[in-house]
Design a protein around this ligand. Structure first.
Ligand code: ZN
Length: 166
């Protein structure tokens, strides 16, 4: 899986778009070049609750032969809703206007708990190499910190996926 930050969504019809990447991408597993070996459809639910289908590229690494799919950064791997919807609910459920089942919100919260532990583990791992005195910063409530940054969820997921840490 690769997440694109620089791309265009080319409309094929009102609810079908082709994702055109505008950046060079290399294999997240080994760093070698990729070639296009096909495409597939990926559905999601956007901000307005509309069901959209994207045509995403299927790429194969010239070295390790792994297959990667290119997702635009509005999506999170294996999630049906657009990233901004999930971020909205995680950041401020009370004021959220996302139309989804209560059980979906619950699943996102559980998923975030797992994700936040991973994020904190990466912080600890990186900061511990810089010296123990920085460890104190990981005691903060992660959400208090994250919600200051618009698109925090998409930005974190992009980094984790593209560094092969997903
Ligand atoms: Zn590779």
């Amino acid at each position: 899986m690769i997440i694109l930050s620089n791309y265009e969504l080319d409309p094929i019809s009102a609810q079908l778009f082709y994702v055109r990447g505008k950046e060079y991408v290399s294999c997240p597993s080994c760093g070698y070049g990729l070639r296009v070996v096909g495409s597939r459809k990926r559905k999601y639910i956007n901000k307005d609750g509309d069901k959209i289908t994207l045509v995403i590229r299927r790429l194969k690494c010239s070295n390790c032969k792994r297959i990667h799919h290119e997702l635009p950064d509005i999506l999170i791997p294996y999630k049906r809703y657009e990233s901004c919807n999930i971020e909205n609910v995680l950041t401020d459920l009370k004021n959220s206007t996302v139309a989804a089942e209560e059980s979906t919100f619950y699943r996102w919260k559980k998923w975030y708990e797992y994700l936040s532990i991973r994020i904190l583990n990466y912080f600890v791992s990186i900061l511990s190499r810089l010296g123990k005195k920085y460890i104190i910063f990981v005691n903060i409530n992660l959400m208090t910190y994250l919600k200051k940054y618009p698109k925090w969820l998409s930005r974190i997921v992009t980094q984790l996926v593209n560094f092969n840490l997903w």
